[in-house]
Design a protein around this ligand. Sequence first.
Ligand SMILES: C[S@@+](CC[C@H](N)C(=O)[O-])C[C@H]1O[C@@H](n2cnc3c(N)ncnc32)[C@H](O)[C@@H]1O
Length: 281
Amino acid sequence: MSVPVLSDAWTSAAAYESYMGRWSRRVAREFVPWLAAPAAKTWLDVGCGTGALTEALFEFAAPRYIVGADPSAAYVDYLRRRFRNPRLCFDMGDGQDLNFDDEFCDNTVTALALNFVPEPRHSVAEMARVTRSSGTVAAYVWDYACEMQMLHYFWNAATALDPAARDLDEGVRFAICQPEPLAALFRGAGLRDVATCAIDVPTVWRDFDDYWSPFLAGQGPVPSYAMTLSEERCASGFAQRSPSRRMDRFRSSRAHGRCAVRADRFRGEVCQKSKSLKTRA
Ligand SMILES: C[S@@+](CC[C@H](N)C(=O)[O-])C[C@H]1O[C@@H](n2cnc3c(N)ncnc32)[C@H](O)[C@@H]1O
């Protein structure tokens, strides 16, 4: 079976929430306290999506102001309708060309988005540029290659049926999402005292549908791929594995009811800026 060229779709806030937002939200609640940032600061959330991290910042960091930026018009629209608060502002924006002045904010964060930016190195440099001296630049990404178990189950099944799907496996696609390469990226952007550690979050599903149906909602890499698996196209693939057989596989796997997802988190401090650091990447 051939594999289509995919663009990762970010077009439905409700679908994203049930697919990934709900797990990112749990990671965000552990991530924000780890930053140990003083209160009353201005924050920028790059690739804010449906607001998982923005919301945790609002709840746990006592911010003065948070700006969320994301290229998805649908997500930005959702956030503007959901959060009507003068301390929150949402706008469309590209993570590797941030439309903000140098030293615009005190801290810049990004959740599960760095690997979707075509040039993550530029994005981290941009985050350092718009953050004040001694502020924090921080990120978390899924540990796709190892402990993002919920996606492993999917890609293991997909590649068993369709070896070409391997190239779409996020563990293969997003090699940057590992502690060493990302920490090096942070240091390369001139950030100091770079720290990293994992956050493990249990994922508990009510039943198979609770696990499976978000994969059919079309947001991000797995659902974009799953949406292409029509019965007709997959005559010799997934379709022959009937839903009940997939259900059996799920029941007998460790994914039944509960497994875990791991995110790797990173933070670094912006050095005192010289003129050269203040120019765009
Ligand atoms: C997996 S979602 C993460 C959303 C949210 N931060 C969260 O934790 O749930 C990836 C996000 O990256 C955004 N994204 C894709 N390309 C981007 C880019 N070039 N710059 C900034 N964000 C981008 C998508 O629109 C999407 O909202």
